[in-house]
Write a protein of this length. Structure first.
Length: 221
């Protein structure tokens, strides 16, 4: 009788010890998994947003700098657009200087890509407390360099708008539209952001009636 009781007590202690061990392992796993989720869903997202905001500002700055470098104040409206009029002074034909436009496009796209890479390829400064995932602390602490850029691609195109400013007077504005695609990669978050920037590079007031085909469809479309 005593022997059975001792076996029962031993079995009960062993079962209790096994349950404690299982509970401890489960608790450790739950803590690790919770930390992983918090890091992945909160911290990584916050770091990515900081890097994305910085990339947007860098892209806009790079486009403006690239436009200034490519045009160098030497390109005029007449260098980009050819206008022909009839004897009455009405516009009968408009065309673009394709060689000049394509050259400017290539120069701006190339310069923008180089400027963006030079600016952020070495990493983005992220405040230390941003790694806590707490929003109101994300701007504080010493900067930590985070490498985020995998690739940068830039596409450049011209566009224009026609705006009536009087009788037979039309303001023709020419823009360069630059789309920068930047692949950002932080732990557990790899995403491509697209930065669109338009810069006015020339405009003139056209005197004379402008054909509807240009007013409706534009000139660079």
């Amino acid at each position: 009788m005593i022997e059975c009781t001792e076996n029962f007590i031993y079995y009960k202690k062993r079962k209790k010890k096994s349950f404690k061990r299982f509970f401890s392992l489960f608790l450790i796993f739950a803590i690790i998994f919770s930390i992983y989720l918090y890091y992945n869903k909160v911290i990584c997202k916050q770091i990515f947003n900081i890097c994305a905001d910085y990339s947007y500002s860098v892209s806009a700055e790079a486009v403006n700098t690239a436009v200034l470098l490519s045009l160098d104040n030497s390109v005029e409206y007449s260098d980009l657009v050819i206008v022909e009029k009839n004897g009455s002074g009405d516009i009968v034909f408009m065309s673009t200087n394709s060689l000049k436009v394509n050259k400017i496009n290539r120069n701006i796209a190339s310069s923008t890509s180089i400027l963006i890479k030079n600016k952020i390829s070495n990493g983005v400064n992220v405040p230390f407390f941003a790694f806590t995932g707490i929003s109101f602390l994300s701007g504080y602490g010493s900067n930590v360099k985070v490498k985020v850029v995998n690739n940068v691609s830039v596409v450049c195109n011209f566009s224009s708008t026609f705006t009536s400013v009087g009788i037979n007077q039309t303001l023709h504005s020419i823009y360069v539209d630059v789309i920068s695609k930047i692949n950002l990669s932080v732990p557990f978050n790899n995403k491509q952001i697209e930065c669109k920037t338009s810069v006015l590079i020339g405009e003139t007031v056209l005197i004379g009636k402008v054909p509807d085909i240009y007013l409706n469809e534009g000139l660079f479309n």
